[in-house]
Design a protein around this ligand. Structure first.
Ligand code: NDP
Ligand code: TDO
Length: 288
């Protein structure tokens, strides 16, 4: 039997992991920030070493991309320093750390999907601190899988899908950027992939960086359209706009499609198209 520690368990990914963990015979410990603040090095060491943890799944992060620009210190503490705490504890306990990172480590000036070998060049504080978190994991020498994902949404927490459901219900007109291209990713699909890797023990000897998103490619504008159509919110006109017209100080990657070949071939992962997963999430939301 394996002992698995899941941090940030009240977030989008953490909540999806909770649902799956409940079906396992392994022992999962789900912690939110009140139970385990990952910036507290001693608390992390105790939880991992005294808890005789075999696998840590780090779902905790500072994910507010706009606010990170104003509060780099906090973003750095959670996305870099705290990840170092987890990585050092994993090394000390001989545990494997499964850490989640982001497409925002890339600059977005590519014209083909980013694989794990591509050069990183974050454009903002969030991406920079997440990349620094990856470096902490790598320098710690712990056994690790770093899984970069993109454009996460789910039934739980805050995300673009929920914002669009609200705005397209309230407004007659909405503008959404059409010059940023990527792939929406259902947190349930990522959680399922991580859960299967943990449950099967397939992580052993397969350390490294992996990319995971749903299949397909779209702009945020296309995603907004699909959400509104799926919800039947036909009264709101959604218009495309350029990123320069959207009020944000952060530059986001124009293109952040991830190449998922490595995770598919290494772990035999099957990945649904983003439109299929959007339907699943919408159905789950209606049933909540
Ligand atoms: N959201 C997205 O679009 C994407 C996310 N990712 C990455 O995927 C991972 C999961 O993201 P997602 O589920 O969306 O994130 P969420 O923002 O939904 O959840 C993050 C969780 O981390 C918790 N947390 C924050 N600080 C601490 C701390 N010091 N100790 C313990 N927990 C803490 C938060 O708690 P509280 O809310 O109470 O502060 C929150 O519950 C992250 O690594 C993120 O960077 C990658 C690509 C896209
Ligand atoms: C709400 C809204 C957003 N937008 C734009 C802003 C942005 O470019 C894009 C998406 O909006 P968001 O607020 O979801 O953007 P953002 O928070 O940057 O999303 C990112 O979050 C982090 C955590 C990640 O790791 C990334 O993969 C990505 O999902 O849509 C509009 O054009 N119109 C709107 O009404």
């Amino acid at each position: 039997m394996r002992r698995i520690l899941v941090t940030g368990a009240n977030g989008q990914l953490g909540s999806a992991m909770r649902l799956l963990g409940a079906t396992s015979r392994n022992e999962y410990r789900f912690t939110d920030v009140a139970e385990l603040d990952i910036t507290d090095e001693e608390a992390v060491r105790r939880a991992v070493c005294d808890g005789r943890i075999d696998v840590i799944v780090n779902c905790a992060a500072y994910t507010n991309v706009d606010r990170a620009e104003e509060d780099e210190a906090t973003a750095d503490r959670i996305n870099r320093l705290a990840v170092g705490n987890l990585a050092r504890a994993a090394a000390a306990a001989d545990a494997t750390l499964i850490h989640v990172s982001t497409d925002y480590v890339f600059s977005g000036d590519a014209n083909r999907p980013y694989n794990e070998m591509c050069e990183t060049h974050p454009l903002g504080v969030y991406g920079r601190t997440k990349l620094a978190g990856e470096a902490e994991v790598e320098h710690s020498g712990c056994k690790s899988l770093i899984i970069r994902t993109a454009w996460l949404y789910s039934e739980f927490g805050h995300n673009f899908l929920k914002t669009m459901l609200r705005l397209t219900a309230e407004r007659d007109r909405l503008t959404v950027v059409f010059d940023q291209t990527g792939t929406p990713t259902y947190a349930g699909d990522l959680a399922r992939t991580i859960f299967d890797i943990v449950e099967s023990g397939a992580y052993a000897g397969r350390e490294g960086v992996y990319h995971f998103s749903n299949e397909g490619v779209c702009s945020w504008y296309d995603f907004a359209h699909a959400i509104a159509a799926e919800a039947g919110h036909t009264q709101c006109t959604i218009e495309p706009c350029h990123s320069s017209e959207y009020p944000s100080k952060v530059e986001r990657p124009a293109y952040s499609v991830l190449d998922k070949s490595k995770i598919k071939t290494t772990f035999g992962v099957g990945i649904p198209h983003w439109m299929e997963s959007l339907k699943v999430c919408m159905k789950n939301l209606k049933n909540l």
